[in-house]
Design a protein around this ligand. Structure first.
Ligand SMILES: [Zn+2]
Ligand SMILES: [Zn+2]
Length: 365
């Protein structure tokens, strides 16, 4: 790999190379709804969600951005220009998510896609508001346009969007809960039939880390998991501006992404892997392996020579169960954690988040 691979996220337009992708069967921590200690060992080879994979089929990690705008909503560039940016910056796939608009991808894939190398996935940001609070839910791989519902409550609006996306065969992801301080942890906990939310969004006005008494999105995540709701955290760009790379006040590309472990670079395989938690999220840290065994969780960072790393294993209440000051870190379950997730902190500020692994009978569902 090249040292450039983990430049900190504030250095936009880096020439990111994904390096050699992980081909180990080491599991991504796909907890599954009712993962017990005994089933954890199977993670990554056979996870929840009806995958077609046999136990020994190798899976690659694919790097992708799940949230992007074009001129078809409030972006500043054509779909062709947007797709080209991601293709030329080392991504394997991209989801186009214009506000209440389904940007076609067939022509884009015909021109810029390549089997197994680069794919544009259809998507939409279903966009509405309740009491001036912006409620946005992405529909990944929706088969048709989904309109925002009529709703008078935040939960009703989110649930209506989620159900509309499901009815269109798509996978919902709840966007930027702290944008406009619109969605609380309690409201998120009430939403059904969704597994994904944005724990990191690269837009400069979405309040990822909280403040003023409002929790950051990692704290929200741990509240949901501690309360028994299994939900996975994605990192996205929410890029709108591709022609103003110098402008830190606007949402530009290259800040947050996911590495999805899937059997093929194919839309349905990618979204199924996301819903099964077979991915990790990043703002600049690449991992060599995430291994969830029957006895513990191991994270191995693809380290660069100029960075140092800390790996935190986090459990109920957001408590750091163990911190390891190295790029290869292990945590042994005690058995009563309910869930464990890992966070990698790189010495220049980049982060990677792995997905929660259920431990014991009280695992989030
Ligand atoms: Zn939005
Ligand atoms: Zn957006």
């Amino acid at each position: 790999m090249t040292p450039i691979a983990t430049r900190p996220p504030f250095m936009r337009y880096r020439s990111y190379r994904p390096g050699r992708r992980v081909t180990t069967l080491a599991a991504l921590a796909a907890a599954g709804g009712a993962m017990l200690l005994s089933s954890a060992a199977a993670v990554g080879t056979s996870a929840r969600g009806g995958e077609e994979q046999g136990p020994s089929a190798p899976m690659r990690y694919y790097k992708g951005n799940l949230h992007t705008h074009t001129l078809n909503s409030d972006g500043d560039s054509t779909p062709e220009e947007v797709v080209r940016w991601y293709r030329e910056h080392g991504y394997d796939f991209l989801v186009l998510t214009d506000h209440n608009f389904l940007t076609g991808v067939d022509g884009l894939n015909a021109l810029q896609g390549a089997p197994g190398k680069f794919l544009v996935v259809r998507g939409e940001e279903v966009t509405g508001a309740v009491d001036k609070k912006p409620i946005h839910v992405n529909g990944l791989e929706v088969s048709r346009l989904v309109s925002p519902p009529q709703a008078t409550t935040v939960v009703g609006m989110i649930q209506g969007m989620v159900d509309g996306i499901r009815a269109a065969d798509g996978v919902p992801s709840i966007n930027h809960p702290n944008f406009g301080w619109a969605i609380t942890a309690e409201e998120l906990a009430s939403v059904q039939r969704t597994r994904l939310f944005e724990v990191y969004n690269g837009h400069p006005q979405v309040n990822n880390v909280g403040g003023g008494g409002m929790p950051g999105l990692e704290e929200v995540w741990d509240r949901l998991l501690t309360g028994g709701k299994l939900i996975y955290g994605i990192a996205v760009d929410d890029a709108h501006y591709f022609k103003r790379p110098w402008d830190a006040a606007v949402p530009t590309p290259g800040h947050g992404w996911v590495y999805v472990q899937a059997p093929a670079l194919e839309p349905r395989a990618l979204v199924q892997a996301l819903e099964a938690g077979r991915f990790y999220s990043s703002t600049g840290v690449e991992l060599q392996a995430v291994e969830a065994s029957a006895t513990g969780l191991r994270v191995v960072v693809k380290a660069t020579t100029f960075s140092k790393y800390r790996v935190q294993f986090i459990g109920q209440g957001g408590r750091v169960l163990r911190e390891v000051a190295a790029a290869d870190a292990r945590y042994a379950y005690t058995g009563d954690e309910r869930y464990v997730r890992a966070k990698v902190l790189e010495s220049n500020g980049a982060v990677a988040w792995t997905q929660p692994v259920g431990v014991g009978s009280g695992a989030p569902q």
